[in-house]
Ligand binder design. Sequence first.
Ligand SMILES: [Zn+2]
Ligand SMILES: [Zn+2]
Length: 307
Amino acid sequence: MRWLVAVGLLALGGEAQAQRVFPGGPAFPFSDSAVVIPLGTGTPVPNPERSGPATAVVVGRRVFLFDAGAGVMRRMAAAGLPIDGVTAAFISHLHSDHTLGLPDLILTSWVMGRSAPMRLHGPPGLRRMTDHLLAAWAEDTIVRVNGLERGRPGGYRLDLREIREGVVHDSDGVTVTAIRVPHGEWEHAYAYRVEAAGRSILISGDTRASAALERAATGVDVLVHEVYPESRIAPENRPGGELWPRYLREVHTSDVELGRIAGSAKPRLLVLTHVLFMGASEEEIIAGIRRGGFTGRVVIARDLARY
Ligand SMILES: [Zn+2]
Ligand SMILES: [Zn+2]
């Protein structure tokens, strides 16, 4: 269904670029400062209050998206962000909770008007994943292009880069650096540090406590980090559940560990996301952060908040 309303052409970097937003949403752009918007603060648990992992960093009219969990395009619309594509997207690792929204991001932005290839960065294996996704929806793209919708041929294309650690984006005052992090058996998992408009933001992706991340997070304005409560480590009552404590320690970061990391890195604001609550309250998680030694500002992220 095509129901789009053109919102005009805007000069950007010498190029005319249209950006479409969901009608009636919040005003866009917000400011020239780099604004962090957790679009999805959830985990694999399909919590209707917390969409799948996705974080936007908005710099003026440019939108940088980190991970594409389930529900990402509806959260983009709710946040007032363009629905016809982002400036660049970055995937932390290929776990399904971080990538289930990729076909949504790729195909919905095309149906909403994207005609240029979307810049997508991520670990080795991402190209294979997106090749399969586009193959899976081949019937859809054929019908949309050749049928009465007259979809733009090739508008679903990607400008895809499989990355290693280091600077992966540097354009018009925005730098994104990938930091390799340890995440269980995953060979390639990245945190990303963003420098833009005088702010520095580090987004952890999924990681166990990481010295490399701690170094990269030193003095950042905002540290967005995953976490679970150390006090709730216990075997689970299911086949393989005896491995759960080991899984947590090797794959994710506890509140006490994160408190120690933040106590050393000293971010101006610590934003907790991808929280595996495991029955703990928000207060218990914050108490764990304090036990680890962080005394600065800490919040548990909410979908669509702004930091
Ligand atoms: Zn995850
Ligand atoms: Zn993961």
